[in-house]
Design a protein around this ligand. Structure first.
Ligand code: CDM
Ligand code: ATP
Length: 269
């Protein structure tokens, strides 16, 4: 069985407090975008794990796909599998690509082996693999709170917009990004900002990681300015970076070009 784990962007991200377990509480809108890996899982005689596409750091045991398989194996007598991941979504990019692979592995195993696990149960497994993972089980726009793994449904329709995602090749680890943050309460409830027209978001909707990371990586601030100068209605860094995205109404200007070493994707919303 084959599926295509997609990335997410964060529309606003407020890091509100440090928790006693070392993690941070946040408030953010997670929104799916079509920048996808490919993941295939087949029952097999012997276990086999193959990777193509972008090189994923670490040995196979540390890959989140295998971690997801091992996690379910603790509770279910799963036979060996042949798992192939073709990696396209850049890493250390704030796009949640690894988390998406983990969640899609759980979803595929559920289907391939007819485990009949509910959404809530799959989300519980996903939470054990990373804070972002649970979002990709349902994979639709939500307001995420706590560690980013508790969700409130959100009726947000961005049809007609194109999201231009720009990864400038700067790898930022999530732990590094949180280490630079000074938590503070959100200025106003996120939902009240997202209900307003997208044109107002430029002044109202903020990602706290920008304040923490733009002084260290000025290229990211310039990228955001470039997207606005090209006509983006809203532009922001996604998650803990380093991807910066712009939302364009209708056609994206043809003269919006970036250096050859950047990875670029246009996703219709
Ligand atoms: C920045 C976001 O992408 C926003 O969507 C997420 O909060 C990151 O989630 P993630 O990559 O799934 O993060 P995890 O793999 O769970 O945690 C990596 C590290 O990030 C920090 N971390 C992560 C999530 C969170 N709510 N608070 C944290 O402080 C912790 O130092 C943790 O050790
Ligand atoms: N299947 C996988 N795909 C990508 N990274 C993986 C995978 N398995 C493990 N990893 C590890 O996870 C790290 C973070 O990858 P990920 O794609 O989730 O980054 P990110 O976009 O910064 O995440 P987030 O948005 O959750 O902060 C990688 O650098 C890699 O070491």
């Amino acid at each position: 069985m084959l599926d295509f784990p997609n990335a997410k962007i964060n529309l606003g991200l407020y890091v509100t407090e440090k928790r006693s377990d070392g993690f941070h509480n946040l408030e953010s809108c997670f929104y799916p975008v079509q920048w996808c890996d490919a993941l295939e899982i087949l029952p097999a005689q012997t276990e086999q794990f193959t990777l193509t596409g972008l090189p994923v750091p670490g040995n196979p045991e540390t890959n989140l796909c295998l971690k997801a398989y091992k996690l379910l194996q603790q509770d279910f007598a799963l036979p060996p599998i042949q798992l192939h991941l073709h990696k396209v979504i850049p890493m250390g990019a704030g796009l949640g690509g690894g988390s998406s692979d983990a969640a899609f592995t759980l979803r595929l195993l559920n289907s391939v082996f007819g485990l009949n696990l509910s959404t809530a149960i799959l989300q519980n497994y996903a939470r054990q693999l990373g804070s972002d993972c649970a979002f990709f089980i349902e994979n639709k726009a939500v307001i995420a709170t706590e560690k980013g793994d508790v969700f409130t449904a959100l009726d947000l329709n961005l049809r007609g917009y194109t999201c231009v995602l720009v990864y400038p090749g700067i790898h930022i680890t999530t732990a590094e990004a949180y280490g630079n943050i000074k938590p503070k309460p959100a200025p106003q409830p996120l939902e009240s900002i997202l209900k307003q027209d997208v044109i107002t978001w430029k002044d109202l909707l903020h990602n706290d990681f920008e304040t923490a990371l733009f002084p260290k990586y000025p290229e990211l601030a310039q990228l955001k300015e470039k997207l606005y100068a090209a006509g983006a209605v809203y532009a922001s860094m996604s998650g803990s970076g380093s991807t910066v995205y712009g939302l364009f109404k209708g056609e994206v200007p043809a003269n919006l070009v970036f250096p050859d070493n950047y990875l670029i994707r246009h996703s219709l919303l």
